[in-house]
Design a protein around this ligand. Structure first.
Ligand code: ADP
Length: 463
């Protein structure tokens, strides 16, 4: 009997679709096919590969409404955010369609007149990706586009909660003529498929977006066959509001950063660190605006905050809020819930907490929910100490119009992505990635194609 996953709408509990789980044999076959098709795909010239990517991007745009609706149905994010994600997802394909044509080598002056030296780049082989549920489209294209542009073949295992968007995107790739063995998906349990990917001799690279513990195990398991790895892992982003900041602007950007996807992104502001002179005014303004956010089914008009993806995610958010309140945090708004455990629907109303301190779990762990905890600081040194006091180093934000304050914070924050008066810095043309336990490598920008390429050095002698 074929096993399957039920994909449910997290806003209503309704069944969206049932997806068959691939058998071990099917996954092994897919890996072999991906490996065999690499020879041909990597030899196709870069301009032709670029053309395929452009066609794929156009096809996705033609199907934008359908894809966005599917994404909201399986993920719960507001439709407007899903439409935005389709654009964000295609922006990676567009960017790497261009970068495919710019995979440059170089020549090096030799140390002898009789020699010449040439350095060239070559695709690394079959790439296996594991993607999360919070950006079902963009986290896949951010990996697939540079892989295909470089000449690699690609296989992805999407998250169990949200496989449908990925499946549809890959069908569209096949519709525009990208060979079926060049870009593939497999459906299965994360751990089992992960182990098949890491132990396969056909796979030359693992690229993963997800939690830090899973990332660590993928790195360990990749060691036996020395695979390349790119890891986009957890975050715990600080957002610092300096004394001189434009508070209204800082509030609007805090909301953009904190409450997107109901707070379920790895770059969401997770700790709001505000100068003691402005903490009262900022907290009040933030709570006032947060109260206006509309919670509900993402398909309904004007909804800004959808559900938490599943019960595990909900339990984590609630336990952080409850522990903070027990330890003395003050609720300015939120700490309200709309839950139907039987149906599997978990809504957390956007919450602002004041008087938070560093002993609370919410200040130590990623929340992945719509909760903004506010802590105050006296001077910049203290702000930086609080901000860097985490094993994570993905994104950090600060708000100031003073260039010395901004320069100091930029210099001292140990994070791979820094937004100065900018709560939404992600884009296809910039290098996205974290320091410390937030990951290895970068995705996007010119950096994002390098991990799919090997360097080959040729020395010509006896000239
Ligand atoms: P989250 O807890 O936010 O779902 P995960 O890191 O568990 O984050 O999930 C991200 C992706 O990793 C999903 O596609 C999931 O199926 C996959 N996954 C989960 N556990 C493992 C594992 N042990 N090995 C490989 N992939 C895994």
């Amino acid at each position: 009997m074929t096993k399957s996953f039920k994909v449910k709408n997290p806003a209503t509990g309704e069944l969206v679709s049932e997806v068959n789980i691939n058998s071990k044999e099917e996954i092994e076959q897919a890996l072999e096919n991906g490996h065999l098709s690499f020879k041909k795909w990597s030899k196709i010239n870069a301009h032709t590969r670029s053309g395929y990517l452009k066609d794929w991007s156009n096809k996705i745009q033609e199907n934008k409404e359908e894809l966005a609706k599917l994404m909201t149905l399986e993920n719960g994010k507001p439709l407007k955010e899903s439409l935005g994600e389709v654009d964000y997802a295609t922006s990676y394909i567009d960017w790497y369609a261009e970068e495919a044509k710019r995979i440059y080598g170089r020549t090096i002056p030799a140390a002898a007149e009789t020699k010449r030296i040439i350095v060239s780049k070559q695709a690394i082989g079959l790439v296996a990706a594991i993607t999360p549920w919070n950006f079902p489209a963009a986290m896949m294209t951010r990996k697939a586009a540079p892989a295909l542009a470089a000449g690699c073949t690609f296989i992805v295992k999407p998250a169990e909660d949200t496989p449908l968007t990925t499946i549809r995107l890959i069908e569209l790739a096949h519709e525009v003529g990208i060979p079926t063995d060049v870009i593939q998906y497999v459906i299965g349990d994360g751990k089992e498929v992960g182990e098949m990917f890491t132990s396969s001799e056909y796979v030359r690279k693992i690229t993963f977006t997800g939690s830090t513990p899973v990332g660590k195990s993928l790195i360990k398991n990749s060691a036996d066959t020395i695979k390349h790895v790119t890891m986009e892992l957890g975050g715990h982003a600080p957002l610092i509001v300096a004394q001189d900041a434009d508070l209204d602007f800082a509030v609007s950007q805090t909301i953009a950063s904190k409450f997107r996807n109901a707070g379920q992104t790895c770059v969401c502001a997770n700790r709001i660190i505000v100068h003691e002179e402005v903490v009262e005014a900022f907290s009040e303004k933030l709570a006032e605006e947060v109260k206006k956010l509309k919670v509900g089914n993402g398909l309904e008009e004007d909804v800004q905050i959808g559900p938490i993806i599943n019960e595990k995610g909900y339990e984590k958010v609630v336990s952080q809020i409850e522990e903070a309140i027990e330890k003395g945090a003050e609720v300015l708004t939120g700490n309200e819930y709309n839950v139907d455990k039987e149906q599997g629907c978990f809504f957390v109303y956007p919450t602002v907490l004041k008087n938070v301190d560093s002993t609370m779990k919410i200040m130590q762990e990623e929340t992945f929910g719509p909760v903004a905890p506010i802590i105050s600081y006296k001077d910049l040194e203290e702000a930086v100490t609080i901000a860097n006091n985490t094993p994570y180093g993905l994104a950090a934000y600060f708000f100031t119009n003073d260039y010395k304050t901004g320069t100091y914070l930029h210099d001292h924050l140990d994070f791979g992505i820094v937004g100065w008066n900018d709560g939404a810095p992600s884009a296809a043309h910039v290098p996205f990635g974290g320091m410390k336990e937030s990951g290895l490598g970068r995705e996007g920008g010119i950096e994002g194609i390098e991990p799919y390429l090997e360097t080959k050095y040729l020395s010509i002698g006896n000239l």
